[in-house]
Design a binder for this molecule. Sequence first.
Ligand SMILES: Cc1cc2nc3c(=O)[nH]c(=O)nc-3n(C[C@H](O)[C@H](O)[C@H](O)COP(=O)(O)OP(=O)(O)OC[C@H]3O[C@@H](n4cnc5c(N)ncnc54)[C@H](O)[C@@H]3O)c2cc1C
Length: 391
Amino acid sequence: MSVTERDVIVVGAGPAGAATAAALAQKGHGVLLLDRHQFPRDKTCGDAVPAGAIELLWRLGMHEKVEKAVERGELYPVEGMLLVSPRGHELHAKFNHGAQGADSYVAPRIYFDALIQEHAVASGAEFCQAQAKAPIVENGKVVGVQVQGNGRVQEMRARLVIGADGVTSAIARNLRPKNEQHVDGHRAVALRAYIEDIEEFPREVEFYLYKDILPGYAWIFPVGKNKANIGLGMRLDHFRQKKYNLEKMLQDFLAMPAIKKRLLRGGQLRDVATWQLNFGSQKHLQHVFDGAILVGDAAGFINPLTGGGIHNSLVSADLAAQVADEALKANDVSRNKMQVYEQLCHEHMWESMRNSFWMQRTFMHFPILVDFLVKRMKENSQLAKTFLTKL
Ligand SMILES: Cc1cc2nc3c(=O)[nH]c(=O)nc-3n(C[C@H](O)[C@H](O)[C@H](O)COP(=O)(O)OP(=O)(O)OC[C@H]3O[C@@H](n4cnc5c(N)ncnc54)[C@H](O)[C@@H]3O)c2cc1C
């Protein structure tokens, strides 16, 4: 067993971990970025990346990299959305550009995540493929990570550990008390596939709300000519209660007349995969520990209505990097010093989590209310705009 020491170990090189690693490396800290996979790698996702997320990448110095990825066709620009209600009311709404003019995209994660991971390395972080087994805790303080890679177990020590290892985070699971794990009412399960023979609605992401799927939804997000990311998801407690089969539900969705008529060769699916989501609507979760901070899905920052988590992962990465930088400079990585991160996350995300959770609980169980809401928004574009900005 060998021992190495760094300023920071970031566990998980998805958007949250890679962005935190890039920001801390740019501030001059010695960063080791770990992931159990080599990059590029797939991540089960709808791939919808809002403009605000793109602007956070710009802040990390990725403007040109993003532009080049768009030119290569890896990021597909989208301009608006279509929302279809149970009775077939259709609401088309244009997306706002970001505050600095960025577009929104559908960006298959195999490209999107590799772009940020590469940027972290270009910013000075060292990347290592290894699986974190658990944080090393001494005298109540996290002092490193026990990892497995190349068939051996190693202890890697650091002044600070960032847990960015997603929904199944080994770091969060070991540090948070049992009563702070996410409960099924604040979790979801979703299935995603790619389809390459669908007549897509160019530049528009589509959401379908219908009786058998509420309080969840099905989506079609275009990634290129006749290609789309397609999937569906729902709250986990509901899913367990109804004993749903997601693959069958996706087949039923494809068999709906409005969808079936758009399939050019019968609807061949590839890369069908299921994964979980942890909502940011569950209260009283600790994200900061002596010697460790949780970011992204490891902390649980997914919007409970839309299922979007990439933007919040990057928001939390930005906030964590600011707080970690100050703590490392002050040579104080105690919970006491870094607790401000929890307040900052609350200020940046809580209102939208609360509104979205309320919407999900109030409307999404009742097809008739969803119909009413979509119809009202269709008649009143200001209402639609207000609704979208509240999410
Ligand atoms: C089906 C589905 C659809 C979704 N659609 C959207 C969408 O369209 N838009 C959106 O914004 N959000 C969407 N989300 C949510 C989004 O995918 C997540 O919020 C986002 O990926 C969070 O980023 P992250 O970096 O925190 O975690 P992840 O992207 O999960 O990255 C975690 C990384 O940690 C690594 N890792 C895990 N465990 C270990 C370990 N023990 N040791 C080392 N490495 C480890 C993994 O390999 C991975 O690379 C969706 C989620 C699902 C499941």
